[in-house]
Design a protein around this ligand. Structure first.
Ligand code: GLC
Length: 581
C-alpha cells in the first residue's frame, strides 16, 4: 500500500536531475557519503563533495555549548558550498530526546516516558521544540524518532521506543515526525527526520547478538551484547503487523529518511536485504526519500569491504554512514560502478533521492542565510514543555493509604537519582552512553523540592545514611539505572543498583511512610522494593526538568501516565502493582 508523503517533490526532483546530469562519478560517490565530524576536515568536505557530516553520540565541539555547535556545523556546511557544484551537505545528529549532545539544550523524557503519556499533541510539541533547538545550531538532520516496537525489556534500547504496542508507536512516531518537519511546503520544513531502525530492531531474540568477528572497531563493541543488533525470528505476517506497521504513518507524516537496522530478519542482515529495503519500503510503501545506513552498518555484511559496499548499495541503502574511511569508501564505489558490480542506475537513484530531499527541505536556499536563534536552545519555554512531559510520563504504580500527593513538611530524600541530572537523562545525553553527574543545566528532584512552594524541609543523603535514632514522617528514595546506550544496556536481570536497594533499607528504618521513585529506561525488577514502600512511581528517564516529577509527587499536577508496556509481570506478580495501560 503506497504511503503518500505530504511533500510535492516534483520540483525538487527536477533540480536533482539537473544536478545529477552535471556530476562526475566521483562526485556521485561523494554525495552518498556521510562522515563523522572528527574524521574529516571542512576542506575535504569540499574536495570530495561529501553529502553529509554527522556527530555520533558524543561527537561534540570542545568546549561544548550552543555557540560552538553552530560554529562547528557551519564550518562543514559552508565548506560544502565550495565544492565544484556547491551542493550543500547535511549535518546530522542524534537529537533523540532534545538536542541531546549539546550542553545547555533542553533534554526531554526519552520515548518510553513519552509513550507513557500516550499524548500525541504533547509528543509533537516536544519534538518541535527539539527540532528548533537542533536547527538553531545548524544541524538540520535529526536521527529520530525511533519507531522500535520494543518487546523484550532486557534490550538496552527499550527506552528509545514508545512501547510494545505497534498502534501506540505508530501514533506517537507520526506525531514526533510532524514536530520535527513542521511545515512541509518545500523549503520551509524545520528539520529532517530519520525514522529508525528499519525494520524489526525491537523484536530481536535474547542471545542472538554478539560481536562481528571481522570488525575490530572498539575492542568491546558487541562483546557482552545479548540482544541488541540480534536476529528477529518471526514470520512475514508478524514482521509486517508489529514492526513495519509504524513506518506507514511516519512516512505519511513527512519522514524523508529511513535508517536501516543493524538487526537481522531470520538470519539475513537488514542492511543487505533487498526485499525489505527496496521492494517493500520503496516499492510497496512508495517511500520517495532515502535510506541511510547505520554507523559501520555496511561493515557487518561481509569480511570483504568491497562486497560490503556492493551488497549494501545493491540492497537499497542510498547514503552510507561510513563513518571514518571516506576516501576508501568513495574509491570503492567508483571501482564497483566501473566494474559493473554496482549498476550506475542504482547510484544515480541514490543520488537523486538525496538531492531531492535536500531541495525539498530548503537546504539549497535557507541555511546559508538562516538566522540562528541560539537563544532557543535550552529556553525557558522549552523547559516548560519538558517539565509538562516529565509530569505526564510518570506512572503511579502503588499508593497505599493515598500517601501521594505529599503535603509540606519534613522529608528524607535519598537514592542515586535524587540529585543527579545525568541519571535523570540516561543514555544519548552529552555523551553516547550518557553519564551520572551534573552533565548539563537542569533541575534535579532535590532542587525541585527545595524550590517548591509547599515548603518542604528536605534532608538529603544519596546513600540514605542519616543520623542514628532520627525518624521522619516521610522518606522519598529515587532509585536509578546508571545510564547506558545500545547493547551496553542489554541486561539479563533488569536489576536496580545494590546501593539504591541499600538506600531503601536505610530510609525505610527511619520513616513512617516511604515513596520510591524509579528512574529507568525500562521496567526493572521491583520485587525487593514493592513490599517495603507505601507508594511507588515509574518516572522513566524524565530529562533535565526534574520539577515535573515533583509536580506529580506533590499534586501540582495529576498522575496521567499509563504503562506503555507490561511491567515485567513475570517478576512482580502478587505485589499489587496498580500500573495500568
Ligand atoms: C548508532 C545508532 C543509531 C544512531 C547512529 C549515529 O549506532 O544505532 O541509532 O543514529 O549510530 O549515532
Amino acid at each position: 500500500m503506497h504511503t503518500q508523503n505530504p511533500y510535492d517533490l516534483a520540483p525538487s526532483r527536477e533540480v536533482a536531475d539537473q544536478l545529477l546530469s552535471q556530476m562526475t562519478l566521483a562526485e556521485k560517490a561523494g554525495q552518498i557519503t556521510q562522515v563523522e565530524k572528527n574524521s574529516i576536515t571542512p576542506e575535504d568536505v569540499a574536495e570530495y563533495a561529501i553529502g553529509s557530516v554527522l556527530s555520533g553520540g558524543g561527537g561534540n565541539p570542545s568546549p561544548n555549548n550552543p555557540e560552538t555547535w553552530l560554529q562547528m556545523v557551519r564550518s562543514y556546511i559552508d565548506a560544502s558550498h565550495n565544492s565544484r557544484l556547491g551542493i550543500p551537505a547535511l549535518y546530522g545528529t542524534d537529537a533523540v530526546h532534545g538536542h541531546s549532545n549539546a550542553v545547555g539544550a533542553t533534554i526531554f523524557p526519552h520515548n518510553i516516558g513519552l509513550g507513557a503519556t500516550g499524548d500525541a499533541d504533547l509528543v509533537e510539541r516536544v519534538y518541535r521544540a527539539a527540532a528548533l533547538e537542533t536547527t538553531a545550531t545548524g544541524a538540520r538532520w535529526m536521527f529520530a524518532p525511533a519507531l522500535s516496537v520494543a518487546l523484550d525489556p532486557r534490550w538496552g534500547r527499550t527506552y528509545e521506543s514508545f512501547g510494545d504496542d505497534p498502534e501506540l508507536v505508530s501514533r506517537l512516531g507520526a506525531a514526533a515526525v510532524r514536530g520535527i518537519v513542521g511545515e512541509t511546503s518545500n523549503g520551509s520544513s524545520t528539520a529532517l527526520a530519520s525514522i529508525k531502525h528499519f525494520v524489526g530492531d525491537g523484536g530481536t531474540a535474547w542471545g542472538s547478538a554478539g560481536p562481528v568477528e571481522w570488525l575490530d572497531f572498539w575492542d568491546d563493541w558487541g562483546d557482552g551484547w545479548k540482544i541488541d543488533q540480534g536476529d528477529t525470528r518471526v514470520d512475514e505476517k508478524t514482521l509486517r503487523a508489529v514492526h513495519l506497521y509504524p513506518f506507514h504513518a511516519s512516512i505519511s507524516a513527512g519522514a524523508l529518511t529511513v535508517m536501516a537496522s543493524y538487526s537481522s530478519w531470520n538470519g539475513e542482515k537488514i542492511h543487505g536485504h533487498h526485499a525489505l529495503l527496496t521492494e517493500v519500503l520503496k516499492g510497496e510503501l512508495g517511500f520517495e526519500g532515502f535510506v541511510i545506513s547505520d554507523w559501520l552498518g555496511l561493515g557487518q555484511l561481509d569480511p570483504d569491504p568491497y562486497l560490503c559496499v556492493v551488497k549494501g548499495l545493491g540492497a537499497g541503502v542510498d547514503m552510507v554512514m561510513v563513518p571514518f574511511e571516506y576516501k576508501d569508501f568513495i574509491s570503492t564505489v567508483v571501482a564497483a560502478v566501473e566494474a559493473g558490480d554496482i549498476e550506475l542506475a542504482r547510484l544515480d537513484d541514490a543520488v537523486r533521492r538525496i538531492l531531492t530531499v535536500k531541495h525539498a527541505i530548503g537546504l539549497f536556499s535557507s541555511f546559508a542565510h538562516q538566522d540562528p536563534s541560539l537563544d532557543l536552545v535550552g529556553s525557558s519555554a522549552h523547559r516548560v514543555i519538558a517539565r509538562e512531559a516529565a509530569a505526564a510520563s510518570a506512572v503511579l504504580l502503588k499508593n497505599d493509604g493515598d500517601l501521594l500527593p505529599l503535603s509540606s513538611g519534613e522529608i528524607l530524600l535519598a537514592g542515586s537519582g535524587a540529585h543527579d541530572i545525568g541519571n535523570q537523562c540516561g543514555g544519548w545525553t552529552i555523551e553516547w552512553q550518557g553519564s551520572a553527574g551534573q552533565t548539563t543545566p537542569g533541575t534535579t528532584i532535590l532542587q525541585a523540592f527545595d524550590h517548591h512552594s509547599l515548603e518542604f524541609d528536605v534532608t538529603h543523603s544519596m546513600t540514605g545514611s542519616f543520623p542514628e535514632g532520627s525518624c521522619w514522617p516521610v522518606g522519598v528514595v529515587v532509585v536509578a539505572e546508571p545510564p547506558y546506550a545500545e547493547g551496553n544496556g542489554d541486561s539479563a536481570d533488569c536489576a536496580l543498583p545494590a546501593d539504591d536497594l541499600q538506600a531503601i533499607e536505610e530510609v525505610r528504618a527511619r520513616v513512617d511512610h516511604l515513596v520510591v521513585v524509579v528512574l529507568s529506561g525500562r521496567p526493572v525488577v521491583l520485587d525487593a522494593v514493592a513490599d517495603q514502600c507505601d507508594a511507588m512511581v515509574a518516572a522513566w528517564l524524565p530529562g533535565t526538568e526534574g520539577s515535573g516529577i515533583v509536580d506529580v509527587l506533590t499534586g501540582t499536577r495529576p498522575f496521567r501516565g499509563r504503562l506503555p508496556r507490561p511491567w515485567l509481570n513475570m517478576w512482580n506478580r502478587g505485589h499489587g502493582l496498580e500500573g495500568r495501560r
